[in-house]
Design a protein around this ligand. Structure first.
Ligand SMILES: [Zn+2]
Length: 276
């Protein structure tokens, strides 16, 4: 009798172990884009020595930690970032400050994370969080062009204008403005124009299965990624600690903490467009 019980317990343990392993493999596959060409660095692929990330909110840079770190460490590129808003309209997760001061706190979190990622210079503008699409587009593009003339980036990193990773209108406007600024550089200052734009894309299988209506819209409006690279998940895990006012965001969005998710979601996927 005892032996049978023992055997049963061992069988149950083995079965649980196998199904847990299968579940992990399945979850991991949702964050993969097997068709994309795997490279060790997008900046290296472009031969970029100056990278400029153009985003909308504090913590958007969490999507491109791998690109930024490897550009600096592997390719000796200088990295810079322009963020349009201070994230004052975000949801604090958890609430760690007075609501009226959320923008100040998130601005500081963004500067801290940028520093931790080795970003040389960061600018955070005063566009209204949630209202970038309503701002004067030409001014936004013109200001981006002015910075490109000073910094001469050869690689721009931004959101895909039609999907913005999460369909957020601020993200889409940032991607649209960054793209328009590169077009203007190419026409007005061809010798100083960036060589390429890397658009950060969302993992399609995960978005399609668990992203609800928004996820399906993102997938429908995204191109197929051309490249994948290591995401430096450890830096994303660290980044969610630095972004203390958003530190529970991943748990809320995925149902699992960052240390778990960023072991599965370990690559970044890009649509890399060369400017001819
Ligand atoms: Zn954002």
């Amino acid at each position: 009798m005892m032996n049978r019980l023992k055997l049963l317990a061992i069988l149950v343990a083995i079965l649980s172990f196998v199904s847990l392993g299968a579940a992990l493999l399945w979850m991991d596959s949702l964050f993969e884009e097997p068709e994309a060409t795997f490279v060790s660095s997008i900046a290296g692929e472009v031969g970029a020595k100056s990278v400029l990330a153009i985003f909308a909110h504090p913590d958007d840079e969490q999507l491109i930690t791998g690109l930024l770190i490897r550009a600096k460490e592997q390719d000796a590129a200088i990295t810079r970032m322009i963020t349009a808003t201070k994230g004052e309209a975000g949801t604090p997760l958890p609430k760690i400050s007075r609501t009226a001061e959320l923008g100040i706190i998130r601005h500081a979190e963004l500067l801290k994370n940028g520093y931790a990622l080795g970003v040389k210079e960061q600018i955070v503008w005063d566009y209204a969080d949630g209202g970038v699409a309503n701002a004067d587009f030409d001014t936004y593009v013109g200001d981006l062009v002015d910075k490109m003339l000073i910094w001469k980036p050869d690689l721009i990193v931004t959101f895909w204008p039609n999907s913005g990773f999460s369909d957020h209108s601020d993200h889409k406007t940032a991607g649209k403005a960054a793209t328009a600024a590169v077009t203007r550089m190419k026409i007005d200052h061809p010798a100083m124009a960036p060589k390429a734009i890397a658009y950060i894309l969302a993992p399609r299988l995960m978005m399609d299965k668990f992203g609800g209506a928004v996820g399906k819209r993102v997938v429908a409006n995204q191109p197929t990624p051309t490249h994948a690279m290591p995401g430096e998940g450890w830096a994303k895990i660290r980044g969610w600690d630095i972004h203390a006012s958003q530190s529970q965001y991943v748990s809320k969005a995925y149902g699992f903490p960052p240390w778990f998710i960023h072991r599965l979601y370990d690559k970044e996927h890009y649509y890399l467009q060369f400017i001819d």
